[in-house]
Design a protein around this ligand. Structure first.
Ligand code: FAD
Length: 289
């Protein structure tokens, strides 16, 4: 199929892009990597009157790191972020997740920020942002706001982005000392959207006892669910932590739906198995420093 007619805008700087978005309001849509939007246009699941292509805004193709975290600009592609060694040192979970996102061709075009705004419940990066307590910076002609992950994801394919706004960057906070992370998922083929998946974060104290443990799930709820499981493992070395009870708590916290790919019961079961796996792997990485 072909998309419905639209007017194409290709601004050369951020100010012009924000002006166009302000003028087009709810009729305007940002085009980033196009890996989700173009198929939606072709299938006529979206029919914006104006497309604002940010592909020329080189100022947004940034991956900035500091001891506090990684800030990814709106035009940084999945592949660019994946390749950044310094970003992976500061926040390894982003790279662990990106290794599971789609295929190289999609990762060469798709953007990290675009994936967050698209807010697909089966996408890896929204869960990463939610687990880490990150945020998205939204700019409009009249100013900027920073929205925490917990408020950013509103529903399936729905974020709190307003008409006239452009997401200019996303911030992934750094890991603390002796903190480990892991991503585990099951997909029918590598690179497909997962049937279910989880990312986990485990923090250890100076005596290498578990001080924090939490999990975020994908594919099993309308928005990423973050489940605190510290109570099952707290103040014990990873080897004696009750990971099985933690995994059961995660499995009980999700609300999966059935579709042609899997039943709800199978997705719930997978979530528990993957949570146990990811928590143990994250703890081992935390112990390894
Ligand atoms: P676009 O397609 O350009 O835009 C997507 C949406 O976000 C649109 O509504 C657009 O208006 C909005 N948007 C984008 N950027 C901004 C911005 N800066 N400000 C405001 N609005 C913005 N994703 C996964 O997570 N996991 C997978 O396993 C996976 N598999 C895939 C397999 C295939 C075959 C394909 C084609 C895609 C797959 N994807 C997967 C999606 C891919 O990761 C996309 O790149 C991503 O979802 C959207 O990024 P994009 O830059 O292409 O955004």
């Amino acid at each position: 199929m072909k998309p419905a007619p639209f007017e194409y805008h290709a601004p050369r700087d951020l100010r012009t892009a924000l002006d166009v978005l302000a003028e087009t309001g709810p009729d305007g849509k940002v085009l980033a990597g196009g890996q989700s939007l173009i198929p939606m246009l072709n299938m006529r699941l979206a029919a914006p009157a104006h497309l604002v292509d940010i592909g020329r805004l080189a100022e947004l193709a940034t991956v900035e790191t500091s001891p506090f975290g990684v800030r990814v600009g709106a035009l940084a592609r999945h592949a660019q972020v994946f390749r950044s060694e310094v970003a992976a040192d500061v926040q390894p979970l982003v790279r662990q997740a990106l290794a599971l996102v789609a295929h190289p061709a999609v990762r060469n075009r798709g953007t990290v920020v675009g994936s967050l705004v698209h807010a697909d419940p089966a996408a890896e990066l929204p869960a990463v942002l939610a687990l880490l307590g990150g945020s998205v910076r939204l700019a409009a002609r009249d100013g900027e706001r920073e929205v925490e992950a917990a408020a950013f994801f509103v529903g399936p394919m729905e974020s709190s982005l307003r008409a006239g706004e452009l997401a200019v960057s996303a911030f992934f906070p750094a890991l603390g000392e002796r903190c480990g992370t892991a991503f585990a998922e099951v997909a029918r083929r590598h690179g497909d959207y997962a049937l279910a998946g989880v990312c986990a974060l485990v923090g250890l104290d100076e005596d290498l006892r578990v001080s924090a443990a939490r999990v975020a799930c994908i594919g099993v709820s309308p928005v990423p669910v973050v489940v605190e499981v510290s109570e099952f493992c707290g103040h014990r070395p990873p080897a004696t932590a009750d990971w099985a009870s933690a995994a059961r708590a995660v499995q009980d916290a999700v609300e999966p739906e059935a579709d042609i790919h899997a039943t709800a019961a199978y997705r719930r079961h997978l979530t528990g198995v993957l949570a146990g796996r990811a928590l143990r792997e994250a703890a081992a990485r935390g112990e390894g420093g």
